[in-house]
Design a protein around this ligand. Structure first.
Ligand SMILES: *[C@@H]1O[C@H](CO)[C@@H](O)[C@H](O)[C@H]1NC(C)=O
Length: 189
């Protein structure tokens, strides 16, 4: 089950698609969102967790994207799980997005997962067919995105803390990263 299982799959497109239509038996709570940048005039991400109801959460973010991506712009994503939440307990899971070019990422994980999930709640680039560079320089806004609504989420997920680290970097380009920690627990009926 492990390999099919994670909110990260929708959130950052970590996993391959294996559709599972049954109702999910777990709840999630975002614990923290953070980002880094080596040049805030080129890329600056701000994130916020919104509580939208009892046990219901949404995520808001802005990203000022102000540089030109090239074939040398690379991304990768790593996922860790900790059963206790203790930092020392996090173990790398085999669900990473292997290092690949940003443009390749847009045509695969981004398009299959991220673009679909954020379609209704953000102005993230939406395209059909192949992505045509360049990635538009602009201010991106995601407003109260409820990630748990996705109908392709797995039914069962091992409880615990999941840390997703997305990194982007390139020759003569800013390096930036985005880290999200989610707590998954069994749904109370
Ligand atoms: C965007 O980048 C240009 C130069 O590359 C810079 O002059 C401008 O101040 C940047 N915009 C922001 C909002 O930092």
């Amino acid at each position: 089950m492990d390999s099919r299982c994670l909110l990260a799959r929708v959130f950052l497109g970590v996993l391959l698609m294996h559709s599972c239509e049954a109702a999910r038996k777990w709840d999630y709570e975002p614990m923290s969102l953070s980002s880094t940048t080596t040049d805030p005039s080129k890329i600056l991400i701000k994130t916020k967790i919104d509580r939208i109801g009892r046990g219901e959460f949404a995520i808001s973010a802005t990203a000022m994207f102000n540089y030109t991506t090239t074939e040398e712009t690379m991304v990768e994503c790593l996922v860790y799980r900790s059963s206790s939440g203790a930092e020392a307990d996090y173990k790398l899971l085999p669900w990473a997005i292997p290092r690949q070019t940003f443009h390749e990422h847009l045509n695969t994980y981004y398009k299959e997962v991220t673009m679909r999930v954020f379609k209704k709640c953000s102005n993230f680039p939406y395209f059909e067919g192949d992505f045509q560079p360049p990635f538009p320089k602009m201010n991106y806004v995601a407003e109260k995105c409820a990630l748990g609504d996705d109908d392709r989420l797995p039914e069962i997920c091992p409880p615990g803390f999941y840390k997703i680290v997305f990194k982007c970097f390139g020759k003569n380009q800013p390096s930036w990263s985005f880290t999200a920690v989610f707590r998954l627990k069994p749904k109370l009926f």
